[in-house]
Ligand binder design. Structure first.
Ligand code: ADP
Ligand code: ZN
Length: 433
């Protein structure tokens, strides 16, 4: 067992002591160096010395995405700007991007946690890692890149997109590990099939997939279709980037690298801290970051925490796979719906392929849900009746399981838009009306 694996199996009492010490240093640093936090602490009437136990963190203020936007671009630094050696920013589909800054030490910790992620999935220095996440301001590419280099792998900085080239490199270089979004990998599997390439005939053996929600059903399907082992990796740029938590071989939740990222679960409505095992919004505090530490950052991602030791031997807390975000819930005719629920219903149905889109419209104050689903080529080549049977089956299952009547549109394979990054599963046209 090497050093990093040992860190994943640390005695929890010792871990709590380290966390408390690091948290105390973090709140002190924030109070002294970042005017935004000085003001927020004062408004709440708390001082760094009030943090005597880990539970005391609940008394401290939270940070939300708009706080980063309001201090765009460099207003939340806790070091002189000179000490920043890297700047990233999130996609920012609306308004200004969210900017995050790293010192040299921060980058080293990021590489360490990403390296531990790769090790958790069984990667070693003998692997060749193809990075299929985007490089640039997005944290995915460079985050995975430096983690893989730290592990001593041979890194292929391919970047997102360029399907044909991805496949060529997998075949010609003998790539053993691929990292990209799960939806992009599904696309790679399909395109490989078209050119007669079976991943079982290549050296590809592990995939680290994340940056977007995907279901356990999707993980199974990827494994069956490609013959590789698929792992879920989670992260967000505000906290660090990829490698905040990751799947082990037991696939029973993602181990959080708690020695650097301290998690809490909050009731999103009351902001109250919930006990272990309860579902709520996962909130992170960076406890070793220097450039731009964040206190109790609200992710909007919904999960649960499990503190019992995992069967893999790791003691690090496990967060349940993120199935939804508190802000991606669709309310259709009063029924709450998450895109991942639709995915769970669709994937086991024979004849469908894992590409779908939810289109929501409103006519005369009535919400309409259309689910576009791609089907396998044989369904379309078959007689019209089999299309009808499949459509009815999907509509029935959606109604049974989710409780909603939806219009099901079966589309030919390859017609829904593919993304090289995060998949766009929902088109809510009500807001534009
Ligand atoms: P952007 O704002 O550009 O999307 P990020 O890449 O930092 O920036 O996005 C982080 C978000 O992506 C997370 O808060 C979460 O909602 C989602 N995400 C990342 N990894 C996963 C994962 N493995 N499973 C589910 N959701 C994920
Ligand atoms: Zn485990």
């Amino acid at each position: 067992m090497n050093d990093l694996t040992l860190k994943d199996c640390v005695d929890r009492k010792a871990l709590s002591r380290i966390q408390l010490e690091r948290l105390q240093q973090t709140v002190t640093r924030l109070y002294e160096k970042v005017p935004f936090y000085t003001k927020a602490f004062d408004e709440k009437g708390v001082k760094p010395r009030d943090l005597k136990t880990l539970a005391d963190l609940a008394k401290f203020p939270c940070t939300v995405k708009t706080d980063l936007r309001d201090h765009y671009p460099f207003g939340l630094l806790s070091v002189p700007q000179n000490d920043i050696v890297r700047i990233h920013a999130s996609s920012g589909t609306t308004g200004k991007p969210t900017v995050v800054c790293y010192t040299r030490e921060d980058l080293s910790i990021w590489a360490e946690t990403m390296c531990r992620t790769l090790q958790m999935g069984g990667a070693t220095e003998d692997d060749m890692v193809q990075v299929g996440y985007g490089y640039g301001l997005f944290t995915g590419g460079l985050g995975v890149h430096y983690g893989a280099e730290r592990l001593g792998c041979s890194v292929v900085p391919m970047g997102g997109g360029s399907t044909e080239k991805q496949l060529m490199l997998i075949r010609d270089f003998g790539t053993t590990v691929i990292c990209c979004t799960p939806s992009f990998f599904v696309h790679l599997i399909e395109e490989a099939e078209k050119i007669g390439l079976d991943f079982r005939d290549t050296k590809l053996r592990i995939g680290f997939f994340g940056a977007e929600p995907w279901t356990e059903e999707m993980r199974q399907l990827i494994q069956e279709k490609s013959g590789i082992r698929a792992y879920d990796i989670f992260g967000l740029s505000e906290i660090m980037g990829p490698g905040v938590s990751s799947d082990c071989e037991c696939h029973c939740g993602l181990h959080i690298f708690e020695d650097h990222y301290y998690p809490e679960i909050l009731d999103p409505n009351t902001d109250e801290v919930l006990p272990p095992g309860e579902e709520g919004e996962i909130v992170f505090t960076t406890i070793t970051k220097k450039g731009m530490p964040l206190l109790r950052y609200r992710t909007h991602d919904i999960s649960r925490l499990h503190y019992e030791q995992c069967k893999c031997g790791r003691t690090l807390v496990r967060m349940e796979k993120i199935r939804r975000r508190s802000d991606d819930m669709l309310i259709i005719r009063g029924v709450n719906l998450f895109p991942s629920q639709v995915e769970s219903v669709l994937l086991p149905i024979k004849g469908t392929v894992p590409h779908y889109q939810l289109v929501v419209t409103r006519t005369k104050a009535m919400d309409e849900l259309e689910i576009k689903v791609e089907v396998t080529p044989d369904v379309f080549s078959d007689e019209v009746r089999s299309l009808e049977v499949l459509r009815n089956k999907i509509a029935f299952e959606i109604k049974q399981i989710i409780g909603l009547s939806a219009k099901i549109t079966l589309v030919e394979p390859g017609t829904l838009e593919r993304s090289a990054g995060k998949a766009k599963r929902v088109l809510d046209l009500r807001k534009q009306a």
